[in-house]
Write a protein that binds this ligand. Structure first.
Ligand SMILES: Nc1ncnc2c1ncn2[C@@H]1O[C@H](COP(=O)(O)OP(=O)(O)OP(=O)(O)O)[C@@H](O)[C@H]1O
Length: 344
């Protein structure tokens, strides 16, 4: 039986903009299991990164957590990440939970050699012996298939994007974190480098056995790397389950639309479709289902009654928030003329 590692309960986060509030996460609940790999997927602006940074409480200053808890199971004790003091948080970041954010490839200090990044990270978590730090850094850099001597003595700009991504992974693993959060780990990379990073992540996960949470809008990455997938829409989780169930029998029309819109590597590739319309404005709280405007299966109940995440019968761990969810959603979507063909 899988053990819980992080439990998000009823989490709501809003941003205070110059003129209005953005309700970026609305009553999100999600359980993450020790050692699993879970993908958070969805269109741009649905709240994936907000949830990612909330796990480690790195939310920007104009944000406010308005409800919820994030429980982290740390050995035999449980802590609510949202209640930790800044110094307790500092201890947990990197050593227990590490996040490599979108754009982190550019976050290296340009005037520091790579070895000094390792030394800085290690010293700020109590290490004192430089030789020991460099020994471990060398091991980790070799582990991500880099020439450790060359890389340690390089400045960040002397490395390619793919190499920097590898350095970042080895730096992130330096303190043996239990949880690794990656925001769009392959987006900035060319396709061959993406392939290498995916293979590398699989290897690292096997060796270090961390819990992996990754954020992506790329469903093929989720299909390849995730054990479970949580689909987000308009600040909520609309479907969550085992990767095979999510991609094989999606119950939510949004999930089915995303799958049908993903170009295939094999088979006929003459058509690319997209979900018509765009995600709603998050400055409003919806009375009913946030997907209502775009949904081909909508009915009057969806307009006024918000759907809640409900267990899918017969599929363990599969939950969906839709009044019209069924095992036939994907075929209904495929047969409908709802999706727009955007290229032939
Ligand atoms: N610092 C901020 N201030 C104001 N609004 C923000 C801020 N950060 C994010 N938002 C808004 O919050 C909502 C959720 O954004 P978030 O970045 O979490 O989504 P996302 O799914 O990760 O998108 P992307 O894939 O584009 O990164 C969006 O409407 C976004 O514009």
């Amino acid at each position: 039986m899988a053990t819980k590692h992080i439990i998000v309960e009823d989490l709501s986060v809003e941003y205070l903009g110059p003129t209005k509030k953005i309700y970026a996460l609305q009553h999100v609940s999600l359980e993450i299991y020790r050692g699993e790999s879970i993908a958070l997927v969805g269109e741009s602006g649905c709240g994936k990164s907000t949830l990612g940074v909330a796990f480690i409480r790195l939310l920007p200053v104009n944000s406010r957590i308005t409800s919820g808890r994030i429980r982290f199971v740390d050995g035999s004790r449980e802590i609510n990440i949202l209640e930790l003091s800044q110094s307790e948080l500092q201890k947990i970041r990197w050593s227990k939970i590490v996040m490599m954010a979108q754009g982190a490839l550019n976050a290296f200090n340009p005037v520091m050699r790579i070895k000094d990044h390792f030394i800085d990270t290690a010293y700020s978590h109590g290490w004192k012996n430089k030789t020991e730090v460099l020994k471990k850094a060398r091991y980790l850099l070799e582990r991500v298939h880099l020439d450790s001597e060359r890389v340690l003595n390089s400045f960040p700009h002397e490395l390619s994007g793919g190499m920097r991504q590898r350095v970042l992974l080895s730096l992130g693993l330096f303190l043996n974190p239990e949880v690794v959060i990656l925001d769009e780990p392959t987006t900035a990379l060319d396709i061959l480098t993406q392939r290498n990073i995916i293979e590398l992540l699989k290897e690292l996960k096997k060796e270090f056995n961390f819990t992996l949470i990754f954020i992506t809008h790329d469903l093929s990455l989720a299909a390849e790397l995730a054990d479970r997938v949580a689909v987000m829409y308009a600040g909520k989780i609309v479907e969550v389950g085992d990767v095979y169930n999510i991609f094989g029998t999606p119950y939510h029309p949004y999930t089915a639309g995303l799958i049908t819109s993903t170009p295939k590597l094999r088979g006929k590739s003459t058509e690319i479709t997209s979900i018509p319309g765009s995600p709603p404005n998050l400055s409003e709280i919806f009375k009913g289902c946030p997907f209502y405007e775009r949904c081909p299966l909508r009915s009057s109940v969806c307009l006024n009654t918000p759907p809640t995440l409900t267990f899918v019968d017969g599929q363990e761990g599969h939950f969906v928030a839709c009044h019209h969810a069924s095992k036939d959603t994907l075929s209904k979507i495929r047969q409908s003329d709802w999706l727009s063909t955007i290229q032939k």
